[in-house]
Design a protein around this ligand. Sequence first.
Ligand code: LMR
Length: 506
Amino acid sequence: MTVTIRPADLIESVADALQFISYYHPMDYIRALGVAYEAEQSPAAKDAIAQILTNSRMCAEGHRPICQDTGIVTVFVKWGQDCRLDGSQSLQEVVDEGVRRAYLHPENKLRASILADPAFTRRNTKDNTPSVLHVEMVPGATVSVDVAAKGGGSENKSKFKMMNPSDSIVDWVLEMIPQMGAGWCPPGMLGIGIGGTAEKAMLLAKQSLMGSIDMAQLKARGPQDDIEALRIELYDKVNALGIGAQGLGGLSTILDVKILDWPTHAASKPVAMIPNCAATRHAHFTLDGSGPVYLEAPKLADWPDVNWTPDKAAIRVDLDTLSPQVVQSWKHGDRLLLNGKMLTGRDAAHKRIADMLAKGEELPVSFKGRVIYYVGPVDPVGAEVVGPAGPTTATRMDKFTRMMLDQGLLAMVGKAERGPAATQAIAEAKSAYLMAVGGAAYLVARAIKGSRVVGFEDLGMEAIYEFEVADFPVTVAVDSEGQNVHTLAPLVWREKIAKEGLLAGV
Ligand SMILES: O=C(O)C[C@H](O)C(=O)O
């Protein structure tokens, strides 16, 4: 018997699932992060995990996004061969209508992050469509759907290699992880795809991330096949690298490793690795023709009892009177609470600034004596002045750092590491790079008391804003001497883990 799937049911279910995952972390992630928090011995990493956990519960309560990057929607559909989609729209059109409805929801509007014409004009599609849809025909009379909203920062760190058959997967992963830095917002998960062809390995890696975190259970019962043994080996060895939460050095870099494989050619061993960030977002539902599916809300009591508050010992900074001397007094690892006005800007704004300067044009705002925050905020709803507004990956702005410092910029705020050239530029200009916690966007936004666009309004979330902040929490990640927390701290923790046999949560 053929089962009819009504487009309205699929649209409603996709929209509900996307709204759901925008503010509810999967509970397996929260439980594993709670265990990692208890085990963590690095104060900086523990503080970052506390911010992520506190943010997560606030989002669950407030029904607002966990991260300002509300992701690129990726959907895996297993379509039962006895089902037919009613109407004349394609499956892509139906799924995208669900995406549109979720992202434009008036009470929880999500960020429009998708740009059409990616190589050239990079035009925002304004409703986060189209999604990336994968469809597989399977026996049966149900439609099974995995919906994910994948952050750009973690997607950017995806890796792929066509290995020789005799090459070691473990060696390759351990070579790649330090190169991935912290832009993927650890602690998260690694999805690994092995075999098939180049594109199949990538797909397997992404699909593996739809599974639940179960490393504790796996370790407790022991591996039952080679894949499970490889998962455990990679979990232990990656955590022993000491990279830690947000790359600040610590015990937990990953909470799990997922692996899917597929037969491959005798000459090949394709291997793909895709990390999932702290804003892990995915949900599953099955349609059987009887109507839409609504996901059941988790209980707030299931979140660990972690309530992050600003460090009382942190240094309070007045941005409105900030001087080079004050910037130079900060040492790497110092905790600061920023107060006053700062400008924002990220990828598109920096590119436009570079183009304008090259043409001798006047910028819409002066950066002299100012601090810039790399962010693309979610639009506000209700009484909010701004929606969730966590930091974006600063490393992408490295190529513009010298140009911005030449404009008289005093300091930068973002997340993840700065590369050698940017670190050198910061040291030469006696500037500083400050790090906020990625994946704590709603918590961080509480410290933003005012917001107005001051340039490039047409760039939407990538416009230049001026934020008024109160006790905005950051850590000095590169100081005016060029001391870089992201290069120093993981080395310390790697050695400590090796010497003292320290273990991440499981
Ligand atoms: O686009 C963003 O806001 C952040 C991005 O996901 C990143 O991690 O750099």
